[in-house]
Ligand binder design. Structure first.
Ligand code: SF4
Ligand code: SF4
Length: 115
């Protein structure tokens, strides 16, 4: 499953540069599909196509946040979630609303990063 950041975040910023998928953003900052990935365009469920550099609404305005659709639990890059490993207050935790199998996470990683 994806990792999420709770409201115990102290906004230290330590996790952001550790993410191999650039799935972590500062609160209030827009995120992009193309940041840290090889994605060229992404088709949404409603059929709209989003470009890699199109800015998306922040998930949180107060705390660092994780874009769950870009989080792979670091599969394919690291043995454990790097954000959780560096967070000084242990507020990077499994997201119960975004449960995924290892196969699904691996497929997500391969989709985002061209070999
Ligand atoms: Fe990024 Fe890994 Fe944390 Fe997911 S678990 S947000 S991929 S550092
Ligand atoms: Fe927040 Fe933890 Fe990331 Fe620091 S490392 S910004 S406390 S989630």
């Amino acid at each position: 499953m994806a990792i999420m950041i709770t409201d115990e975040c102290i906004n230290c910023g330590a996790c952001e540069p550790e993410c191999p998928n650039t799935a972590i953003y500062e609160g209030g900052m827009e995120w992009t599909w193309g940041g840290g990935t090889d994605l060229e365009e992404v088709e949404m469920e409603d059929g709209t196509v989003v470009g890699p550099d199109e800015e998306q609404e922040p998930v949180s305005d107060e705390f660092y946040y994780i874009v769950s659709t870009k989080c792979t639990e670091c599969i394919g890059f690291h043995e454990e979630p790097q954000c959780a490993a560096v967070c000084p207050v242990d507020c990077c935790v499994p997201d119960p609303d975004n449960e995924e199998t290892e196969e699904e996470l691996t497929a997500k990683k391969e989709w985002m990063h061209a070999e």
